[in-house]
Design a protein around this ligand. Structure first.
Ligand SMILES: Nc1ncnc2c1ncn2[C@@H]1O[C@H](COP(=O)(O)OP(=O)(O)OP(=O)(O)O)[C@@H](O)[C@H]1O
Ligand SMILES: [Mg+2]
Length: 922
């Protein structure tokens, strides 16, 4: 049998199997199935699928569809169905033929009894089926004429022994004689999340991730909603969907959700309208507000028909729509003045002075009202503090509508847009800026509009607003006395210096203006601006400010993120990692997802730099995911490049190169420097891990060529160990020495641990034999060289040098320490190199038995290691972005694999204990 599932039907495996099975078994007998579900849920799509599957398998398909205009014509539906097989009527006994023809040719007002008509139709169909089995497809049963419905109901019960299958589709809540026949129902429900996502990705492949997420959330598996919302969101000039005033809804979609309302009594419809105007309203509020709406008397029991129709669910005091689009469809299908009256009534009954009251008053208002707009501003502020970014943006948008004048309205829209950037809601940013366009007319506002437009991608797509232009804008704003806004704009200018290279003058200009801001030396935004603009030249100043600032502001996620980012730029990776780790969850819970993604990106990059692989793997994955979800393309590229780097450190070379290629494809078109730098670093590490030092050197050397797009003025300074290591092994010492000399000059201006650690390594590894030992020892004593991975690489290089000097005993001491550290960190290729050196130095017995912990999966090992550090299941869940339940499941699997029975015993299996190990080795 041919499988004819149309390519464009997503999900529905269960339903398809069921229908195919019945069609396949037709030779042994037929029957009937009634597909039921709400409008737009995909009943017709399933009928179509079954029909084409049947035809392809030699089954004759006869169809009828109920249509409104024929609902009053008796037997119109039956006529449609049997018309193609009417020639078989000639074979019917005369009485049967007369009954059938009488029905189909009925003219007068007396409608023949359906029973003899049904028997005749059965006879006719059985004769037709003698040639090939027959599938009867009857769509929109609720619109059929009554006589045909009766005939089909009678037929449905009598098909079992004929090779005839009747499939009918009926909307939920619509009466039909077919429902009383005992015909089996096939309930058609929402699509699964996977099928929904696949549908959206095929129908609208170019949606931004945040719009895609909104479409999926709003549609909740409803195929018509998915199809239509994806279509409108992808359409020209559209800035994406969302519920009113966010969602553009097509007529068909709106009708799909409101069609059943007409069957409900007026009092029920009124209650639904009130509930649709406030999804937080409780039943008493709804009843009171409804009672103000005129002559219809309402009581709680009036909700019963809506509950029975499956439109709403009611708790003790609550009413909830079954589908998220239902309430906006109801609002949209209601005239504006009626809706305003309901909001006015709700405003009287919700708590006086509450934000909800403000909302309802605003929704009821027809004229500008600056006082109300100010109250909405305050509601927006509170929503933002609660972490409800969407609500805050909506309040500001509403406030803009009610503003006393256009300048204030434009201002509010710009604020809303800037908040939407923070929240990673890029589909809203575009829409808000479009709304602001005609209002934000002052020169400062025009410039801010441009600034916000470029913000989501840090200006990568919008070359018009480079760092220098933003600095000029910040200066204008500062002259107006708006320090905070000036600092924000200057922050954006500084961010541009991270992603692209604006040249020394622009970098200098940013720092010069930053110094004019009336901010203290430890102000997080000031430190972030300077660190991004001049990470090396102003390094000393930033590093000293950082530690003090970190102590002052650790509890504020926004401030911690800024300082964490600054710490990364100046090469203080432990600080960067710790601060981002504290800030990211806080930002997430405040709804500032766009910023949370950035914090995770910083944490991941720093963790990779420190080779804390176990704890950084999930962080990098989350950074990439959240960057994608918040539509930050280049940040996502950076996350992927960081994952590539981690894979290279773990010795997963193929994976590393795959990820590096993916990140490069994102970054290359716009020359996103930090991504390309990280890509080169990952490729260099992968090549080095595979013993291809010459190739590695080529990859890494590119980071130091100012004309190469992989040159990022800060990040290149933190890859000096890699460059030197490769150079030493491939005879490129002189070239590496010139990079080191140039960097040594720059390093006099910064106290950066990352840079000095690399330089100490390079000086020793590139030295002449006469100087090398003193430099290795000095480097090991240097306060900058305390990070375990840096230190272990230093010991490896020192051990190699000692071995070449034929000082095997001394070399083994260094190599053993290095090997242990590499094993602990999980940097497999480096551990293998240390082992090979040890073998060459005459030590044979150190290859370890595979440890019990190697039997764990990657995730089990992550969970176990964090548990060994003493974290609770909830804390582990938060770190690894899992549910506490999953954590507990992993631990249950881990214990028997490790042969232990308690959490406490984990410490003996994971003695390194992540951060503590790091501290202890300092
Ligand atoms: N599984 C599916 N995969 C892809 N698209 C689907 C799927 N199911 C339905 N659709 C699409 O969703 C829309 C609505 O589906 P359909 O017309 O079958 O709904 P319905 O239940 O028949 O609605 P109504 O009660 O209004 O007739 C159509 O455009 C259809 O192509
Ligand atoms: Mg249909």
């Amino acid at each position: 049998m041919v499988d004819s599932r149309p390519q464009d039907l997503f999900g529905r495996e269960k339903e398809t199997d069921c229908l195919h099975e019945k069609i396949g078994a037709l030779q042994n007998g037929g029957g009937a199935v009634l597909l039921r579900g709400e409008p737009g849920i995909g009943k017709t799509a399933l009928l179509d699928m079954a029909a084409s599957h049947a035809s392809e398998n030699g089954v004759r398909v006869l169809r009828a569809t109920g249509v409104e205009s024929e609902a009053l014509l008796p037997f119109a539906g039956l006529h449609q169905l049997v018309y193609p097989v009417r020639s078989f009527a000639a074979q019917l006994p005369a009485a049967r033929r007369d009954a059938l023809e009488g029905a189909l040719g009925v003219r007068g007002s007396t409608v023949p009894d359906p029973f003899p008509v049904a028997l005749s139709a059965l006879d006719l169909l059985a004769r037709a089926a003698a040639h090939s089995p027959v599938l009867l497809v009857i769509d929109d049963v609720h619109r059929l004429d009554r006589a045909s419905s009766d005939v089909f109901a009678l037929l449905a019960r009598r098909l079992e022994s004929e090779p005839v299958l009747l499939l009918a589709a009926l909307r939920d809540g619509c009466p039909s004689p077919l429902t009383a026949t005992g015909v089996p129902d096939l309930a058609v429900g929402p699509l699964s999340p996977e099928a929904s996502a696949a549908l959206v990705d095929v129908r609208a492949p170019d949606l931004t991730p945040s719009t895609r997420a909104v479409v999926l959330r709003e549609a909740a598996g409803h195929p018509l909603a998915l199809t239509e919302l994806a279509g409108t969101a992808a359409g020209p000039g559209s800035s994406g969907p969302a519920t009113e005033p966010w969602t553009p809804m097509s007529r068909r979609l709106q009708d799909a959700f409101t069609s059943r309302l007409h069957t409900l009594p007026p009092s029920t419809r009124l209650l639904l309208l009130v509930a649709a105007c406030d999804d937080r309203a409780c039943l008493p509020e709804i009843l009171r507000a409804a009672s103000l709406q005129g002559p219809v008397r309402v009581e709680a029991s009036d909700l019963a028909p809506a509950i029975a129709a499956g439109l709403v669910e009611a708790g003790d005091d609550t009413v909830r729509f079954r589908h998220p689009l239902m309430s906006s469809a109801i609002r949209r299908s209601t005239p504006a003045d009626r809706r305003r009256a309901v909001h006015a009534a709700l405003a009287r009954y919700v708590t006086a002075g509450s934000d909800r009251q403000t909302w309802h008053e605003a929704a009821a208002a027809t004229h500008p009202d600056e006082q109300l707009a100010v109250r909405l501003d305050e509601a927006a502020h509170r929503a933002r503090r609660r972490g409800d970014a969407d609500e805050s943006v909506k309040a500001l948008e509403q406030a803009a509508r009610l503003s006393g004048d256009t300048a204030r309205g434009g201002e509010r829209l710009l604020r809303a847009a800037a908040q939407a950037v923070d929240a990673g809601r890029h589909h809203l940013v575009t829409r808000l800026l479009e709304a602001a366009e005609p209002w934000a007319t002052a020169p400062g506002q025009r410039a801010r509009l441009q600034w916000i437009k470029g913000s989501p991608e840090d200006g990568m797509r919008d070359v018009s607003e480079g760092a220098a232009a933003l600095t000029r804008l910040a200066r204008t704003v500062l002259a107006e006395g708006r320090v905070d806004l000036a600092a924000s704009i200057l922050g954006s200018a500084a961010q541009r210096c991270f992603w692209s290279e604006p040249g020394p003058a622009a970098r200098h200009g940013i720092v010069a203006l930053a110094d004019e801001l009336p901010l203290s030396d430890t102000d997080p935004s000031l430190l972030a601006i300077i660190a991004h603009a001049q990470p090396i030249d102003c390094g000393r100043r930033v590093v000293s400010g950082l530690r003090r600032a970190a102590a002052l502001t650790a509890a504020d996620p926004g401030a911690a993120r800024l300082i964490g980012g600054a710490a990364l730029l100046v090469g203080e990776f432990d600080l960067a990692q710790g601060l981002s780790r504290t800030s990211a969850p806080g930002l997430r819970s405040e709804g500032r997802l766009g910023l949370a993604a950035r914090a995770w990106g910083v944490q991941a990059w720093s963790g990779a730099q420190l080779a804390q692989l176990t704890s950084t793997v999930p962080v990098a994955e989350e950074a990439t995911r959240l960057a994608r979800d918040t539509g930050q393309t280049y940040l996502r590229g950076l996350g992927i490049a960081t994952e590539a780097r981690i894979a290279a450190l773990q010795g997963r070379h193929e994976r590393a190169l795959e990820l590096a290629g993916e990140a490069e494809r994102i970054a290359l078109p716009v020359a996103a420097r930090p991504v390309l730098a990280t890509v080169q670093l990952a490729r260099g590490l992968a090549a080095m891990g595979a013993g291809r030092f010459h190739e590695a050197y080529g990859h890494l050397r590119r980071m130091h060529d100012p004309k190469d797009p992989a040159h990022q003025i800060a990040l290149r300074c933190y890859a000096l160990i890699e460059l030197t290591d490769a150079a030493v092994h491939c005879g490129e010492r002189d070239s590496a020495r010139s990079v080191t000399a140039e960097m040594t000059r720059a390093a006099s201006r910064t106290s950066s641990s990352g840079m000095h650690s690399g330089l100490a390594y390079a000086r020793a590894a590139l030295a002449e034999d006469t100087d090398a030992e003193g430099l290795f020892r000095a480097a090991l004593d240097d306060a900058s060289c305390t990070w375990p991975f840096d230190r272990a690489r230093l010991q490896l290089a020192y051990g190699q040098w000692l071995r070449r000097q034929r000082r095997a005993m001394d070399s083994r001491e260094q190599l053993r320490a290095a090997e242990d550290a590499f094993d602990t960190l999980g940097t497999v290729p480096w551990a293998n190199r240390a082992r090979q050196e040890l073998l060459a130095s005459g030590e044979f017995s150190r290859r370890r038995e595979p440890a019990a912990r190697d039997r764990l999966t990657r995730q089990e090992s992550q969970v176990a290691q964090l548990a060994a550090e003493g974290l609770t299941n909830r804390e582990i869940a938060e770190r690894l972005f899992l549910s506490p339940r999953t954590v507990s499941t992993h631990l249950h699997r881990v214990f028997p694999k490790l042969g232990i029975s308690s959490r406490a015993a984990l410490a003996s299996v994971f003695p390194e204990r992540g951060a503590e190990y790091h501290e202890a080795s300092r």
